[in-house]
Design a protein around this ligand. Structure first.
Ligand code: SD4
Length: 328
């Protein structure tokens, strides 16, 4: 919550934080890079929302010469461990039965990927997803099987509900109003994309999903192609927001394919949101944010409603970049 407030309240004109092209672009027009970029920017890491600590961690890994896969795993683990983030990892809000169920996926530059869905009692689903990728011939493990696999890999059992999320759940139960809505204020899923010094790309995405969801519900975040996609020839994309809509358009894969066809990351993210809005004419009650990077290290983002931003770390420093939106 406080992150969103910070985003809303922070002055867009804060010196050095936001570049002129971002400020001058209008809400729906494609934002073009101010100059033609010839040399690739690397290493670089970007993540959904203003996750300063997570991106700092990933940047440390990249700066020491670490690879993009380690960087994104290490980076998003910071949010999984942060109990004040109530939509990722430990401290994530539960489903309507009071169970915290986590979704995560990871993808490397060779196109290898791993995913866990509906995972309970394990604080770091992203690392379990990586183990699925590296230690099994499979890509997705679900529920009890994923949990059993995690124990076999040495992960420890933890109660993921915190005092805060338990209290909120008890409050919610009084009315039990089930809304499949992720609005501007109630989500903080982290999707992270990185390019290492060698120019290789990797990505990770992790979430507790929609608060008070129907038991068994899985969103876009652990679905390769929906919540995350990496193509080392082209770039990568990730999503946050109402997963059902992202799945319907295979959002992250779409954005990477649009970049393959020549669109900038910014243009591709805008097209991704527009595809979703075409299927949701006149619907304004949900939020989605896309984030993309291409092989040159150019980045872009776009969302349905104002409020989304992404944090970027590259050799020039770091900044929180506000995203333009479909609705103003
Ligand atoms: C989901 N996309 O489970 C996730 C939720 C999310 O910020 O992104 N929240 O649908």
């Amino acid at each position: 919550m406080h992150r969103r407030k910070f985003l809303k309240n922070s002055s867009l004109t804060t010196a050095g934080l936001i570049s002129a092209p971002v400020l001058s672009s209008c809400k729906t027009e494609p934002k073009m890079e101010s100059a033609v970029q010839t040399e690739a920017i690397k290493p670089i890491v970007v993540c959904t929302w203003d996750f300063h600590n997570a991106s700092t961690k990933a940047w440390e890994v990249l700066q020491k010469g670490g690879n993009a896969l380690d960087a994104v795993e290490e980076g998003v683990r910071v949010e999984e461990a942060d109990v004040t983030n109530e939509t990722v990892g430990k401290g994530g809000r539960p489903d309507r039965d009071g169970n915290v169920t986590l979704d995560a996926c990871i993808m490397d530059s060779a196109g290898n990927c791993g995913s866990v869905v509906y995972l309970q009692n394990i604080a770091h689903p992203i690392s379990v997803a990586r183990k699925v990728m590296e230690e099994t011939p499979h890509i997705i493990l679900a529920g009890k099987g994923a949990e059993q696999f995690a124990y076999e890999q040495g992960f420890k059992k933890e109660d993921l509900l915190t005092e805060s999320t338990r209290r909120q759940y008890e409050e919610w139960k009084k009315e039990s109003k089930y809304e499949t809505i992720i609005n501007i204020e109630n989500h903080d899923t982290i999707g992270m994309l990185a390019i290492d010094a060698k120019g290789d790309i990797a990505g990770a995405c992790t979430t507790s999903g929609m608060a008070y969801k129907v038991a068994g519900r899985v969103g876009d975040s652990p679905i390769i192609g929906a919540g995350l996609f990496v193509d080392n020839e082209v770039g990568a994309a990730t999503a946050t927001g109402v997963g059902e809509e992202v799945i319907r358009t295979v959002g992250s894969f779409l954005i990477v394919e649009l970049m393959r066809q020549g669109k900038s990351p910014q243009e591709a993210c805008e097209e991704g949101v527009k595809r979703i809005m075409e299927k949701n004419k006149d619907r304004k009650d949900f939020q989605i944010g896309f984030l993309a990077i291409n092989k040159k290290g150019e980045t872009g983002a776009y969302c349905v409603h104002p409020g989304f931003s992404y944090r970027k770390y590259d050799p020039n420093g770091h900044e929180n970049v506000p995203s333009n939106s479909f609705y103003s």
